[in-house]
Structures are given as structure tokens and as C-alpha cells.
Design a protein around this ligand. Structure first.
Ligand code: CDT
Length: 307
């Protein structure tokens, strides 16, 4: 049986701070139907795909921004997306801000199968930026004010005929993200991101944003023998330029599809999950070649290791 999964990265352009959820969902539906027309099994949307990237603003109380969070999924506004995807028999991955009934706030990714069933809800592990207002910045990156770190870590789930994992934005920069999922046999990792092109703590990195984006996803794919789908919310959103350049990366580390705009755009690739074995059973045969006996510093508590 073929294990080819046709995957779309559904890149989004900017979402305004006052855009209605219903209007955003209409944009998602256009991309979803476009994906169905191109024979896709799975359409991957970016991080925080229903709202503007609100951590760029400070609010006196976190609760002032409750309207940017989802308290149920699907909600009345997002149900049309779930219904249409099920009708079209297309799976999808949706990024949103989650406010749980007991008051926890997560940056979340819902993975939905072609039959409408929920595969998993992944919560962002590495939360970047800062905890309190820093008015000297041209814009804030207050993710550490608005979101908690996932208590669950990374998962790999049986879905779409293979082993699927997820990460969100800053997670993609960390090698442990891919390796933890690689150790669980991941074959397809979906990643959504919002990456401002200006990095206030060290603007010398600005010119390298596109390079670093591809560097980490290509190396993560190659070193773990997995497909990686990286999907941006790009363009100029409320005055802040964000990286686009969504990509689909093969287990060889090669980019097989890339967005050419900074707006709503679908990129598509036929991902042969059996191609993962080409790398998992040779150069990166973990059972044969890894040396976890000398990697202990990786899981030691924070702080410089003596070795
Ligand atoms: N959304 C997100 O995680 N963005 C970060 C921005 C850099 S940290 C201020 C990223 O790693 O792309």
C-alpha cells in the first residue's frame, strides 16, 4: 500500500487586530478547498491562524486579551472549517490561542484527521520572548506573558498512514524538538510559525532570518529522516514585517516546495513516508549508531555541564 501523503502548507498573509474570526475562517476555507482540488490529504495552517499575533502588544491584564483565545474548539466561528474539511475528507492542522476551562493559556495546534476526528492537541514547548512590557522595543514579543510552557512535551501520533508530530514556531530552532520525535519514529512533522523579521535583542540576526528558518528545519528533517512542513504567517501585520518562505522539506534535507509570496499561498508536495527509511535505516540508524551513554548532559537540569 502506498504511503504517499499529499500535504499542503497553507501559508497566511497578515491578520489585522480587528479582523473577525468569521472572515479569517473564510480565508482558511479558500485554502482548504484549493488543497482539496489539488488532491491533498492534509492542509497545514500556521501558528495562531485565527488572530493577529497579539503578543506584540502589552495589556495591563492578560484577561484584556481573552477575545484572542479559543475556549472551545470547534467554536461557532471555526465549525465551518471543521465541517468542510470532513465533507472534503481533508485533514488539517490549525494553530490557535487556547484558554482552558481551568484558566491555562497555551499556544496550541489541533491536528484533525480526514474523517473529522481529533488526532491530538499539541501545545508549544519553547516559549520565546519576554515576560513583562519592554517599552523601548519597537514592538513587544510577550509570548512569555500570554502563554504557559506545555507540560506535555512533544508527541508522535499514528495518523495519515504514518507517524505524525508537531511543533510551533520557536520549537523549530531547538534540535531536541526533532530528536525527541525522531526517537519515537516520526515521519512527518508539522510546524507553524510567526517570525518577525526584526529581532530586538540582536538586530544583526535580522538579515539571517530566512537562512536560520530553513537551516533548522532542513537539518531537523535530515538528522531524523523525517518530512518537515514549515508554514508561516508572513507579510506586514499591523506594521510588523514577518518572515514567509514556508517550505516542505524531505528526509534528505532538501526543500521540495517553497512559497514565493508573503501572503495567502498554498504549497503542495507528495510526501512518501517510506522515503524516511532511506535515512532512518542507514546513516541515522539510531539503534546502531547513537551514543546515549555519553549524551547525559542533554537531560541534566539547566546550567553549564561540567563535561
Ligand atoms: N512565534 C515565535 O515563536 N516567534 C519566534 C520569534 C523570535 S523570539 C522573539 C521565533 O522563534 O521565530
Amino acid at each position: 500500500m502506498s504511503r504517499i501523503v499529499t500535504v499542503a502548507g497553507a501559508q497566511l498573509g497578515p491578520i489585522g487586530r480587528n479582523d473577525a474570526r468569521e472572515d479569517v475562517v473564510e480565508r482558511l476555507l479558500v485554502l482548504l478547498r484549493h488543497g482539496a482540488d489539488r488532491g491533498c490529504d492534509l492542509v497545514v495552517f500556521p501558528e495562531l491562524a485565527l488572530t493577529t499575533f497579539f503578543p506584540r502588544w502589552h495589556s495591563e491584564r492578560v484577561g484584556e486579551f481573552d477575545h484572542y483565545y479559543e475556549t472551545e474548539m470547534p467554536s461557532a466561528a471555526t465549525k465551518p472549517l471543521f465541517d468542510e474539511a470532513q465533507r472534503l475528507e481533508v485533514g488539517f492542522v490549525l494553530g490557535y490561542a487556547e484558554l482552558t476551562p481551568d484558566g491555562h493559556r497555551y499556544n496550541s495546534y489541533r491536528i484533525v484527521e480526514r474523517d473529522g476526528s481529533t488526532v491530538a492537541t499539541f501545545r508549544k514547548v519553547h516559549i520565546p520572548g519576554h515576560e513583562s512590557n519592554e517599552p523601548d522595543r519597537p514592538f513587544q514579543h510577550l509570548e512569555r506573558y500570554y502563554f504557559e510552557e506545555s507540560p506535555d512535551g512533544f508527541g508522535v501520533w499514528e495518523a495519515f498512514g504514518g507517524r505524525v508530530g508537531a511543533a510551533i514556531c520557536n520549537d523549530r530552532r531547538w534540535p531536541e524538538t526533532y530528536r525527541v520525535m525522531g526517537l519515537a519514529g516520526v515521519e512527518l512533522i508539522v510546524i507553524g510559525y510567526n517570525t518577525p523579521l526584526h529581532y530586538a535583542p540582536d538586530p544583526t540576526q535580522n538579515a539571517l532570518a530566512g537562512f536560520h528558518n530553513h537551516l533548522v528545519m532542513q537539518s531537523g528533517a535530515y538528522q531524523n529522516g523525517t518530512w518537515v512542513v514549515g508554514v508561516a504567517k508572513g507579510g506586514n501585520e499591523e506594521g510588523v514585517d514577518s518572515l514567509a518562505q514556508s517550505v516542505i522539506v524531505a528526509p534528505s534535507g532538501q526543500i521540495v516546495a517553497q512559497a514565493i509570496t508573503t501572503g495567502d499561498e498554498l504549497i503542495v508536495a507528495e510526501c512518501d513516508l517510506d522515503f524516511c527509511a532511506t535515512y532512518k535505516q542507514t546513516l541515522f540508524d539510531f539503534e546502531r549508531y547513537r551514543r546515549p551513554d555519553v549524551y547525559h548532559a542533554i537531560t541534566e537540569p539547566k546550567g553549564r555541564s561540567p563535561t
